[in-house]
Design a protein around this ligand. Structure first.
Ligand code: C2E
Ligand code: MG
Ligand code: MG
Length: 558
């Protein structure tokens, strides 16, 4: 049928009757249905024969009908010239749907009311989508628990209760060694670990609170029901214990732990922001205290945090401007006291004039993510300094975990050796157990590359960690540095050297050189030498000092 053959009237009728997404129909003055389009049949489930001639009040609930709502709506449309509303309407089968309704009065050309034009739209799907969206906005897709926003809102909603004497605990949780799981087992396994952790935390909280995931490996547990201080501590402990058992994923065991920081409302704060900040500070302390433990917020943490922020600012500036220096401490051959090498030790004088020990500022540099850049400066300075020494003396440089996680290090070392002209055999890198533990495989690969170039690798502070033995088997080491704490114990009874004996035997077995650290007296020197330790380092032979040639050239034997 061509367009010209149909009348305007028919065209309108066809248009209206074929619309599917809107129920469009007319009512007379009393609300009797006069006609019915395809959309109306689709949305409300009545056919034309079912409904034409019936009153449109059948779309309303009994209660609405009793209150006269259908007729009030028509009256309003007539009086105001338009009526629009949203509300529950009912289909033929009795099911309800959320409807958007528009009613317009229709007049004949003389101005008398003919009835009403009514348009209804089913908003259920839209509403479901909105609800879905609302849910998604407050929940974590991976674990299904509340996300950061959900947790904030929940806390905001509950916090006013503390004004009436109730108590709420906020536990901040951060998984330990999660990065290693992600790196070594892959992201899918990582996701599985996050889901397992969520379930374990939920089991601890039970009906007494909720668990949320803030992102990454960070979680929060809110403990409601005005728990006692004991109950709060017990929950924090249980959260830690929940991760003691390794998580089985795809036939492997992922060993992650969790650190917990707890803050309590109202004693630590009344509003969401301050209570979360306290929990965060407590978590930071738990991490500092060796992870896998729970800490409760105290005001002291706040002042420490402020001092730390100030320190961070100053350290950042110092790194930017390379305001550091290196001291060198001799390492001597046990046999004849000749200098075999020097260890480079980083030094920093804060703006107050105070010398800040590396054990204090290096962790800050690491946390700021600046250690690779500072470490590169240390390497370059130490290597160029070593070029001024005799050719048989090596330089030993400490490296941090972040440097050993980054294959960049190999390129950096190559460039420095090329630029300074130092032969690789004269460079030794010192790593510690904690340096490599986060990602042993990555570290192993990087160290092997360095070893292949002839660079030495020493395991520093040996015996202070837990995994020292397994690391000796796994890593391509050339030397072990026996920690000062064992040297300190040396006395005349044989018991005191049991550990040193074992380490020396181990090194013998693996063909590794040994250096004893922190040798301060001749008795220690005598015993260590007699037992076959290769080299010695300590105040007895020389304190760390600046690289003026005076110091280097004359710092030999006592
Ligand atoms: P470390 O590598 O085990 O260095 C030996 C530490 O023992 C040095 O402390 C040294 O001054 C001290 N020491 C040496 N002989 C004796 C002794 O006879 N008696 C006593 N009481 N102490 C002795 P320092 O310089 O405070 O360094 C502490 C740690 O800081 C180092 O331990 C090392 O782990 C780290 N560090 C130093 N420089 C760097 C660096 O450039 N990069 C990195 N990543 N870490 C560094
Ligand atoms: Mg060292
Ligand atoms: Mg050491």
């Amino acid at each position: 049928m061509s367009r010209t053959n149909i009348s305007d009237d028919l065209m309108y009728r066809l248009l209206v009757s074929s619309v599917k997404d809107y129920a469009i129909y007319m009512l007379d003055e009393e609300g009797t249905v006069l006609n019915w389009n395809a959309g109306a049949a689709h949305i409300k489930g009545y056919s034309v024969d079912d409904i034409v001639g019936k009153n449109y009040s059948c779309f309303f609930s009994d209660d609405d009908r009793r209150r006269g709502v259908p007729w009030d709506n028509l009256e309003m449309a007539r009086r105001l010239g338009h009526f629009a509303d949203e509300g529950w309407r009912y289909r033929k089968d009795g099911t309800a749907f959320w409807a958007s309704v528009v009613i317009d009065p229709v007049y004949d050309p003389q101005g008398s009311l003919l009835g009403f034009a009514k348009v209804t739209r089913d908003l259920s799907e839209q509403q479901a989508a909105t609800r879905r969206f609302e849910h998604q906005a407050r929940h974590d897709a991976l674990t299904g628990v509340a996300n950061r926003r959900g947790i904030h809102e929940k806390l905001e909603e509950q916090l006013p209760q503390v004004a009436y004497g109730s108590r709420i605990a906020v536990h901040y949780l951060d998984l330990d060694r999660f990065k290693a799981v992600n790196d070594n087992l892959g992201h899918e396994m990582g996701d599985e670990v996050l889901r397992s952790a969520t379930r374990r935390f939920q089991a601890v909280l039970g009906q007494n609170g909720i668990v949320g995931r803030l992102g990454g490996d960070e979680f929060v547990a809110l403990q409601f029901g005005s728990p006692t201080l004991d109950a709060i501590q017990a929950t924090a402990r249980s959260l830690v214990e929940a991760m003691n058992e390794p998580v089985p994923v795809a036939g492997k065991l992922a060993r992650v732990g969790v650190s917990v920081g707890t803050a309590i409302a109202p004693s630590n704060g009344y509003d969401t922001e301050s209570i979360l900040r306290c929990a965060d500070l407590a978590l930071y302390q738990a991490k500092r205290d060796g992870r896998g433990c729970a800490r409760q917020y105290s005001d002291e943490m706040d002042s420490l945090a402020r001092a730390r922020t100030a320190l961070e600012l100053e350290v950042r500036e110092a790194v930017d401007q390379r305001r550091f220096s290196l001291d060198y401490q001799p390492i001597v051959k046990a046999a004849d006291g000749e200098v075999a090498g020097y260890e480079a030790l980083l030094r920093w004088r804060a703006s107050s004039g105070q010398i800040v020990p590396p054990s204090v500022f290096i962790p800050v540099v690491e946390d700021l993510g600046l250690i690779s850049s500072l470490g590169e400066w240390v390497l370059r300075s130490a290597c160029s300094e070593a070029m001024r020494w005799s050719h048989n003396i090596y330089v030993s440089v400490n490296v941090s975990a972040a440097q050993l996680r980054d294959a960049e290090l190999i390129g950096v070392v190559d460039r420095i050796l090329a630029d300074t002209g130092l032969s690789p055999e004269r460079l030794e890198l010192e790593i510690t157990e904690s340096t490599v533990l986060d990602s042993v495989e990555t570290a192993e690969g990087i160290l092997r590359n360095l070893r292949n170039r002839g660079i030495g690798v020493a395991l520093d502070d040996f015996g202070t960690g837990f995994s020292s033995l397994s690391l000796v088997k796994k890593l391509p080491l050339t030397r072990i540095k026996i920690d000062k704490s064992f040297v300190d114990q040396i006395s005349d009874d044989s018991q005191s050297t049991a550990v040193i004996d074992a380490v020396l035997a181990l090194c013998d077995g693996y063909g590794l050189s040994t250096t004893a650290e922190g040798v301060e007296n001749s008795n220690q020197r005598y015993i260590l030498t007699a037992k076959g330790c290769d080299s010695l380092q300590g105040y007895l032979f020389g304190r760390p000092g600046p690289a003026d040639h005076e110091h280097i050239d004359h710092a030999v034997t006592p």
